[in-house]
Design a protein around this ligand. Structure first.
Ligand SMILES: CC(C)(COP(=O)(O)OP(=O)(O)OC[C@H]1O[C@@H](n2cnc3c(N)ncnc32)[C@H](O)[C@@H]1OP(=O)(O)O)[C@@H](O)C(=O)NCCC(=O)NCCS
Length: 167
């Protein structure tokens, strides 16, 4: 990548472009709504979207926020054709700076266990496994069953794809 990469919190977010990028990075799931996630993060004042651009093209993005105690990073991804050029590192550093500037001393993120390459990336950047189990609950009872159904469907699809030999 010849032109410099700029990572910043844009004044106006191109939500469609950011969501499309996260899709190309494999970060979206049917039971999550990234458009709503962006809206909530920005409207509460406790979160933001960071965009990495190169020559005006969006090449990476992340969502960052804090709960008053810890910071958190979500949806951090770099376009597949722009990887291994330091953009992921710049996005992580920008997310860390965003949290630090708000007086929050620690930062967390979730990595799916099967994602070994991503774990190596965060380890290279000085992050480490907390050896804790992350528990969660969907608070809207109306959404809970639907979400469980979608997750089961997703797991079945992934297992079937793993069994199918590549063409
Ligand atoms: C993880 C990701 C953000 C890295 O972005 P990137 O721009 O390629 O990362 P960088 O170039 O800044 O890498 C910094 C360092 O991390 C390490 N690293 C990056 N990707 C790695 C990989 N796949 N395997 C091992 N180490 C890796 C290297 O040490 C690298 O430095 P080097 O290139 O000088 O060797 C990108 O691969 C991505 O978007 N992946 C999909 C998103 C995802 O699955 N997220 C997890 C959600 S659970």
């Amino acid at each position: 990548m010849s032109a410099p990469v700029i990572v910043r919190e844009p004044a106006e977010i191109d939500v469609a472009a950011v969501v499309a990028l996260w899709g190309r990075c494999g970060l979206t799931r049917p039971w999550n709504d990234p458009v709503e996630d962006i809206r909530l993060a920005c409207e509460t004042g406790h979160g933001a979207v960071l965009a990495a651009t190169c020559d005006g093209r969006l090449v990476g993005a992340a969502m960052v926020g804090h709960d008053g105690h810890r910071g958190a990073v979500y949806y951090l991804g770099v376009d597949p054709d722009a990887r291994r050029g330091g953009i992921g590192r710049q996005l992580v550093e920008a997310a860390e700076a965003w949290v630090r500037e708000r007086g929050i001393p620690k930062i967390n993120l979730l990595v799916r266990k099967e994602n070994a390459g991503v774990l190596a990336f965060y380890e290279a950047l000085g992050w480490h496994d907390t050896h804790t189990v992350c528990l969660y609950r969907t608070l809207d009872p109306a959404k809970r069953d639907e979400e469980a159904r979608m997750k089961a469907e997703w797991a079945t699809r992934i297992a079937a794809a793993a069994k199918t030999p590549a063409d």
